[in-house]
Write a protein that binds this ligand. Structure first.
Ligand code: MEV
Length: 315
């Protein structure tokens, strides 16, 4: 083992699901991309004594041992320790994140991935991405109950992915830059409840919900083909159709629908809710010319936060 560093920092990006959320829990494919303009940052440094976690964004300062074993931060630290088979020296861990919490942007997964990497680096070790991803998946279960694994995977590998629960991830080719506008309803997206609600409705009406999941998989395939061809109008159409299917699943809200409609009216190629729904974010695909107007229309329609970003073409 190399000598421990005095202080180390690791970062992980936010993420957004382009298409396929919820159906991905039922082993249909989904597409997700990193959003590097928002990030989780974890700094680990030696302290005189103990193991202190500081996360001012969520008002948390605690000794590790005072957190319950099922607390996501404690679980991430304990799983990392088990994976490294290392004893922690006295440490202070500072967690800061510009990723909005409970908004569908992967803040929980990003904090876990950055925390696992920073702790491993502090003791002079690098865990392979597959292991970081597996640890982050365990912690996602505490956040979400029955996660598909897409959030931790896109955050760990920090590249556009196509994901399927039973088959893992593949790189997602993107032929040309895709301008995106992401807008937040300002209402928390209760992922656990939304996923549970879909499960209860699926159990009550399996044939109807299986058909909706299959129809979503068709739109994921259309979106993937559009990205590979650099066809933004076709991508927009697939996202619009995906939104209609998410409405049919019962996970949209009047606020999300209003933002989606505002983006389309302002010239977006297409728009949809992104993530679990019930609140959180929506996403619009535009061309570079319409991006500012779409952002402005979303603010005017009541978005609490608007983020313009561009998905770069893959090499
Ligand atoms: C949450 O970001 C996406 C969902 O599909 C849940 C999951 O995949 O774990 C709603």
């Amino acid at each position: 083992m190399r000598a421990p560093f005095h202080s180390v920092e690791a970062r992980a990006p936010g993420k957004i699901i382009l298409a396929g959320e919820h159906a991905v829990v039922y082993d249909r494919p989904a597409l997700a991309v990193p959003v590097p303009s928002v990030q989780a940052r974890v700094q680990v440094r030696r302290a005189p004594a103990g193991f202190t976690l500081r996360a001012p964004d969520i008002g948390l300062t605690a000794a590790l041992d005072d957190l319950p074993p099922a607390h996501p931060l404690r679980r991430a630290v304990d799983l990392t320790q088990a994976a490294l088979q290392a004893a922690w020296p006295p440490l202070e861990v500072r967690i800061a994140s510009s990723i909005p919490v409970a908004a569908g942007l992967g803040s929980g997964a990003a904090v876990t991935v950055a925390l696992v990497r920073a702790l491993a680096a502090f003791v002079g070790r690098a865990l392979p991405p597959r292991q970081v991803n597996a640890l982050a998946y365990e912690v996602e279960k505490l956040h979400h109950g029955t996660p598909s694994g897409i959030d931790n995977t896109v955050v760990t590998y920090a590249r556009p992915i196509r994901y399927r629960k039973s088959r893992g991830w593949q790189p997602l080719p993107v032929a040309r830059a895709v301008p995106l506008v992401i807008a937040d309803t300002g209402r928390a997206a209760p992922t656990r409840e939304m996923v549970l609600g879909v499960r209860q409705r699926w159990q009550a009406q399996p044939a109807r919900y299986e058909a909706l999941f299959d129809a979503i998989a068709d739109q994921v395939a259309a979106a993937q083909a559009a990205l590979a061809a650099g066809d933004l109008p076709a991508l927009g159409q697939a996202l619009n159709a995906n939104h209609a299917l998410l409405q049919a699943l019962g996970v949209s809200t009047p606020e999300l629908d209003a933002l989606v409609n505002a983006a389309r009216a302002a010239g977006a190629y297409g728009a949809k809710l992104s993530g679990a729904g019930g609140g959180g974010n929506m996403l619009a695909v535009t061309d570079a010319t319409h991006q500012p107007a779409v952002a402005q229309a979303l603010r005017a329609a009541g978005a609490a936060r608007v983020l313009c970003t561009t998905l770069p073409p893959t090499p």
